[in-house]
Design a protein. Structure first.
Length: 142
């Protein structure tokens, strides 16, 4: 298969709105994403980090820089302010060059963000999910 630029997503929550908590939580989710997908820093084209508005003590991209993503284009921003949304959330979407198919990509959701992928699909049958029923596929957050 030819190399393609693919997206991988992840999210986690912070224990507090402090610089240390933001960097630690971001590092944890990035490490899990990297491990689950075999990502090398030189293959990452871009990463977008967003936080809920209550998380503003540090830029999540700092964690990526500390992990060696010093040549990667990084951007931070805030999520939409949805009234009933989970608070204290950090999300990441990274684009990387890979020969993996889309259905081979493992998205990672940790801590209080483990349920986020289900919003909007609660009423759909589990069988309609792209990774449902595929043996050997790690499930995010597990």
């Amino acid at each position: 298969m030819a190399m393609a630029c693919r997206g991988v997503r992840g999210a986690t929550t912070v224990t507090a709105n402090t610089k240390e908590a933001v960097v630690e939580a971001t590092r944890e989710v990035l490490e899990k994403i990297i491990e689950a997908n075999g990502i090398a820093a030189e293959d990452v084209a871009y990463a977008l980090f967003t936080t809920t508005r209550d998380v503003n003590a540090e830029f999540p991209a700092v964690a990526a820089r500390l992990m060696g993503w010093d040549k990667v284009a990084l951007m931070c921003g805030h999520e939409m302010d949805v009234p009933d949304a989970t608070k204290g959330v950090i999300r990441v979407m990274a684009l990387w060059n890979t020969d993996r198919r889309q259905d081979e990509i493992v998205n990672i959701y940790l801590r209080g963000a483990a349920h986020l992928r289900q919003r909007g699909v609660e009423g759909q049958k589990a069988a309609s999910a792209p990774s449902a029923g595929k043996p050997g596929r790690p499930q995010a957050g597990q």
